[in-house]
Write a protein that binds this ligand. Structure first.
Ligand code: ADP
Length: 161
């Protein structure tokens, strides 16, 4: 039987409890989930790519079905490269839906075998997004309640970013 491989693409700047929850809930649906950190060498991220890779690896170190990779370029090209037929995305609001709808429909046009699978966020994660978490960290606040438990919060101190 062909393996069900999904990719979970995002910038994950940083990876939050909202992202973690989507991946963990999707695990029973797939044989493998590749978390793909999309990056653009012309665009500056808040946290360096190496740190984001390290943190996500740490969160899923005990989860054999999860892999982490980075990719610059089109998500559909990455899917072809790793033989993934599913893209996993999370939905929080109707604004997310409109944005995701367009991307998923365009991806489907470019790569017809590809399906995008959406999971609705857990109600308590609806307001969690990476840019708010970045702002809290930037201003020296405590963002621990929005970040995965496995992470060492000292690394998120303002000067470490
Ligand atoms: P992008 O830069 O592609 O928007 P993000 O890193 O912001 O990537 O998010 C990656 C995916 O995770 C997106 O599908 C996004 O909707 C989803 N996501 C982000 N935050 C949450 C959350 N709190 N609950 C559920 N899904 C989320």
């Amino acid at each position: 039987m062909t393996k069900r491989v999904a990719i979970f693409p995002g910038s994950f700047d940083p990876f939050t409890i909202g992202h973690e929850s989507i991946v963990r809930r999707a695990l029973p649906m797939f044989d493998k989930i590749i978390i793909m950190i999309g990056f653009n060498s012309n665009k500056q991220s808040f946290f360096p790519l190496e740190k984001r890779l390290k943190w996500i690896n740490q969160i899923f170190e005990d989860e054999a079905k999860v892999e982490i990779q980075s990719h610059e370029g089109l998500t559909v090209d990455f899917c072809k490269q790793v033989n993934a037929n599913y893209i996993l995305r999370g939905l929080r609001t109707s604004a997310d839906f409109e944005y995701e709808r367009a991307i998923a429909q365009v991806n489907k046009k470019m790569h017809p075998e590809l399906e995008t699978v959406f999971l609705l966020t857990m109600p308590e994660h609806t307001p969690v997004n990476s840019s708010i978490v970045r702002d809290i960290i930037l201003h020296g606040g405590d963002a621990s309640m929005f970040l995965p438990q496995k992470l060492n919060m000292d690394e998120f101190k303002k000067d470490e970013a």
